[in-house]
Design a protein around this ligand. Sequence first.
Ligand SMILES: Nc1nc2c(c(=O)[nH]1)N[C@H]1C(S)=C(S)[C@@H](COP(=O)(O)O)O[C@H]1N2
Ligand SMILES: [Mo]
Length: 499
Amino acid sequence: MNRHSLALGAAAGLVSAAAGLAAGHLVAALTTPSASPVLAVGSTVVDQTPTPLKQWAVETLGNADKPVLLGTVLVVTLLLAAVGGVLARRSFPGGAAVVLVLVGAAGWAALARPAARPVDVLPSLATAVVALVVLRRLTTVASPPVDAGGRRRFLRLSGAVLGVAALAGVLGQWVVQRAREVTDVVLPRPRSPLPPVRRGLEAQFRGITPFQVANEDFYRVDVNLTTPVVDHDSWTLRIDGMVDRPYELTFAELLDLPMIERDITMACVSNEVGGPYVGGARWLGVRVADLLERAGVQDGADQILSTAFDGFTISTPLTAAQDGRDMIVAVGMNGVPLPRAHGFPARLITPGLYGYVGGTKWLTRLTVTTYDRDQAYWTERDWAIDGPIKIASRIDTPGGARPVEPGRVVVAGVAWAPGRGIGAVEVSIDDGPWQPARFGPDAGIDYWRQWWLPWDAEPGRHSLRVRARTVDGELQTEERATPFPDGSSGLQQIVVRVG
Ligand SMILES: Nc1nc2c(c(=O)[nH]1)N[C@H]1C(S)=C(S)[C@@H](COP(=O)(O)O)O[C@H]1N2
Ligand SMILES: [Mo]
């Protein structure tokens, strides 16, 4: 086989794969977006990756881990499809077999998801049919001997197919986007509304994290490769397990229950010291204690296993719902219905616990159980059973690579210890004495505190460190720990160039 015919075969494979994937994506958009072949394979890879490898990927790639993963799956798929195309020119059944194995893997991945429905096979079926038809046509057009006319026909057909594929892909994306934001949900009022959110230090100091983080800016962490779109009209919340009276609520019934409003800071266990995966918001919802009381919790239970619409699970100590803190099934975030990315129509918010043990998004079920009987997604992957948020503090400004002007500089940031409250923040410059920082407004012990310290900066390189204390006096530990298995610790240190 000469170079030319290799190239034609590979091109036929690539074009047919692209067409098939676009068709699958469009069908997925109309049925289950996450069943799109590349996404389904990607999700399976995410779930099957061993914890140490996942840690390494998150450390090296950060938030780019998902695009890199999807890009890799796509490139490998296209490479194999190119091989299939080359084979198909020799013997069509051989090439077709490669395509079918590839699509078969995607179909299997889609159907093996915890909450898969039979229709989730449709995107892969569409991919298989379109890819095979296109491959057949291109292989025929490119069958030897290929003269200049044959090559032209091949290019014209490929161009047309890629054009239609691009349209299908864009259309699929549009359908998914359109379903994304919600407009017709009217939130109920809380029984006793909080006073309006206080103006934070962001009004005075550039670079400090806002006291209340806007929904669009709130950090996002989950295992989902696309934002789940849950229909609130057919959504239900089931409360079951070790309870006397299991029951189910529709979204309307949930909204009719007494609502509370709380300012709560959420943090991710994967957040590195000084990292971005933390945020403060005002949540509206129903107390889990109220929901459980209606069901009647039986003796011997020690865990609430919560399940998301896609089968993802989180385990939370039952005590978190019984020790007086405001663990809530939230429906509102900063005055509007939960954004899809943050769990619409309902999610758990547990003050003082990392998201992986208390923040279930797209919640559908609360099961009272025991740790002996049930494990959840992350604890099965060896993350700690208990996930109290560690005392932490962060310098937001100065930051970045640019030097700052000598003279009066404001050092500012946030500190959090949800459930305990921040009592003091201290800053040490060039390993000098710990100087007490001043505070922004207070929104209770479950919320973070903005802090600031004026500094007369002299030219040169300076090192800044920060540490926090809880209201009851416990000091943030200097001991360094990685996020795995129960959250990072240690003090943030930054180097600032002045002059
Ligand atoms: N259904 C579902 N809920 C989830 C997760 C997830 O992967 N799936 N991730 C959890 C983790 S690890 C965190 S830190 C929080 C993040 O919530 P946010 O994206 O609204 O900030 O959601 C939690 N809830
Ligand atoms: Mo997390």
